[in-house]
Design a binder for this molecule. Structure first.
Ligand SMILES: C[S@@+](CC[C@H](N)C(=O)[O-])C[C@H]1O[C@@H](n2cnc3c(N)ncnc32)[C@H](O)[C@@H]1O
Length: 216
């Protein structure tokens, strides 16, 4: 689907949560000041468990999961506005009710606006590897980010991770070993269906996909 085919903003509004994006605001913006965490019960209008996907891109994972698991609420965080609006369009076309999207830096949102022990899973699929040294500060899956994932997860909550980059996988697994509250579970096989748009692309290219699963 091309970005130009996205639906008008007023149609997408029910899917979009208006949150500040520190990447486009001055550091002293009042919008970035401490505020109460997002009230998921009020946002979704029910008490169902909430799962977060960080960096949902074109939204294939959210799209399939929302339809397959109507008993769960999905909250997607994506830094790129064009992908957020594209995914919101897909959700609106299917009139899905169990998904909300936030366009911002997930590292900031998790830390500043998501309550402790409030979600039952965090999904992180194919984070950008940021090969160049000058881009390293954009890396998503740092130990600070992992600690925020664990903080927002309930006891028993799960952290899902997949990448095609062997070094990213090895570094992340090593870093997660140092987080006492996480227990590694057997990685899901994931051969039956494509999880995300990047997985579909990489599997067509014959790349190896590395997966990991943890429980709090
Ligand atoms: C390589 S793409 C993978 C997209 C999707 N997960 C998939 O597997 O098809 C990485 C995505 O993460 C998003 N992203 C990168 N840094 C982010 C951040 N700090 N917060 C939220 N999204 C981020 C990018 O905009 C991009 O859409």
């Amino acid at each position: 689907m091309r970005a130009s085919r996205r639906l008008p903003l007023e149609t997408l509004e029910p899917y979009l949560l208006d949150v500040p994006n520190p990447g486009v605001l001055p550091p002293d913006s009042p919008l970035l000041e401490p505020a109460p965490p997002i009230d998921f019960r009020a946002l979704f209008g029910n008490d169902r468990p909430v799962e977060i996907e960080v960096g949902f891109g074109k939204g294939l994972f959210l799209l399939t999961q929302c339809q397959a698991r109507l008993d769960t609420n999905f909250f997607g965080i994506e830094i790129e506005r064009k992908y957020t609006l594209l995914t919101a369009t897909r959700m609106a076309q299917l009139q899905l009710r169990n998904v909300k999207l936030a366009c911002t830096d997930a590292r900031w949102l998790l830390k500043e606006r998501i309550a402790e022990a409030s979600v039952s899973a965090v999904h992180v699929y194919f984070p950008d590897p940021w090969w160049k040294t000058r881009h390293r500060k954009r890396k998503l899956f740092t130990s600070a980010f992992a600690e925020q994932c664990v903080r927002v997860m309930r006891g028993g909550g799960r952290l899902h991770f997949a990448t095609d980059v062997a070094d990213y996988y090895a570094d992340t697994i090593e870093m997660l070993k140092g987080i006492e509250m996480l227990r590694a579970l057997p990685a899901p096989a994931g051969d039956a269906e494509y999880l995300t748009n990047f997985e579909r692309k990489y599997r067509h290219e014959g790349r190896v996909i590395y997966r990991a699963l943890y429980q709090r």
